[in-house]
Design a protein around this ligand. Structure first.
Ligand code: ZZB
Length: 261
């Protein structure tokens, strides 16, 4: 599986994370630290509204270049270290480990996103052994992201977050005849999905959204407005690769657990 990894810059760590990192003697002030999110939909990056981590996952902070650090699972950084994406082949020891829960509430800025200041928020259904364990949230086109966003807004207290951290008002990116301009919202309603835990229905919604978007979708936002999604995918990816806000990451075969399969 070939993913595009998006570099999402942390602009202000949450107070708890700051305390933790200070205690670990990690100098977050004079380094650049990025959450690395693996996506199959680079053309949707305009619509990012937050970045999800899991409270059940221990992430690592890894040195990726001089003065640059990545936050992702050790498993993902290990793979990167064998793909020429890191300073030293086969070296993947984190400088610090950090649980997802500690990162929640931190401020971030994501490449191409229409919204300039986003937050790190929790998602319980992130799979630890897929991608980087970090998931960028695009509620216009990902049913999982749409329903998780709605749940976070409705139950902010339960999740231990501030309601104003949840961006519920988002731009439309892709138009299809079948599902309109916000396919995730359409499909969540159509399939009567009520919770992020409706795994079977969500897998179905995801597949429908992928198919319709890819074969019949037209961009209605950003530099490639009017372009078919099929083409925009590559154009947006190449732009981010050129700007060094993303890189290509390959997931080795046979170790990926899919929610649907
Ligand atoms: C942004 C995005 C926008 C995504 C969209 C999807 C959609 P797949 O097809 O099963 O391989 N993802 C990445 N890593 C994880 C993880 N560890 N656990 C749970 N979800 C993860 O799924 C790949 C997609 O699932 C990735 O692409 C990422 O979300 C998420 F409009 O990134 B995507 C119809 C889907 N639309």
């Amino acid at each position: 599986q070939e993913y595009t990894c998006i570099k999402i810059k942390i602009t202000e760590f949450a107070p708890e994370a700051q305390g933790y990192l200070k205690q670990k003697n990690f100098d977050f002030a004079s380094n650049e630290i990025f959450l690395v999110a693996a996506t199959l939909r680079p053309e949707t990056m305009y619509g990012q509204t937050c970045c999800f981590v899991s409270k059940k996952i221990d992430y690592g902070i890894f040195e990726a270049a001089q003065g640059q650090f990545y936050i992702c699972t050790e498993r993902a950084f290990k793979n990167m270290s064998f793909q020429g994406l890191t300073p030293q082949r086969g070296y993947y020891k984190p400088v610090v480990q950090i649980n997802g829960s500690v990162l929640i509430g931190s401020k971030i800025t994501a490449p191409l996103a229409a919204e300039k200041e986003l937050r790190i928020l929790p998602m319980d259904t992130i799979l630890p052994n897929k991608g980087t364990g970090v998931v960028t949230c695009v509620p216009s086109d990902s049913p999982d992201d749409y329903i998780n966003t709605r749940d976070l807004a409705h139950k902010s207290e339960y999740y231990g977050i501030k309601k104003e951290w949840v961006i519920e008002d988002f731009v439309a990116l892709i138009r299809t005849e079948k599902y309109g301009d916000k396919c995730a919202e359409y499909l969540v309603n159509e399939l009567k999905i009520k919770s992020p835990k409706d795994a079977v229905q969500l897998a179905k919604a995801k597949e429908l959204a992928y198919k319709e978007g890819f074969y019949n979708g037209i961009m209605i936002y950003g530099k490639f407005t009017g372009e078919k999604v099929e083409n925009a995918k590559r154009l947006v990816r190449d732009q981010m690769l050129e700007e060094n806000t993303a890189f290509v990451y390959n997931e080795p075969e046979g170790v990926v657990m899919s929610r649907s399969g």
